[in-house]
Design a protein around this ligand. Structure first.
Ligand code: ZN
Length: 93
């Protein structure tokens, strides 16, 4: 079975499963019963979370054209507290 995408003019896109190679060019919408046409789309591209896409794009962009800074970045804040409170009791150098 393969999943095929159809578009109803009233209800939008929906998926229908058919055996491979047997998908009709038009089916009836399960909601309103009107004729829906088959839609060809890139599979699973819309399911990538936008923050992940932005992070990947930023990482790829930084490899070719990293951001240029005009000032020295500020020093990090004073010592941060450790995540585990038990680490605060460990000896310090
Ligand atoms: Zn419909």
């Amino acid at each position: 079975m393969a999943t095929y995408e159809y578009r109803c003019p009233r209800d939008g896109d929906f998926d229908v499963k058919f055996p491979v190679g047997t998908a009709a060019s038009r089916v009836h919408c399960s909601v309103c019963g009107s004729e829906a046409v088959r839609v060809f789309s890139a599979p699973l591209l819309a399911r990538t979370p936008r923050p992940l896409v932005a992070a990947i794009d930023r990482a790829e962009r930084s490899a070719e054209a990293p951001d240029v800074v005009s000032t020295i970045p500020a020093k990090p804040r004073a010592r941060r507290l450790p995540v585990n409170p038990a680490h605060a009791r460990l000896p310090r150098p």
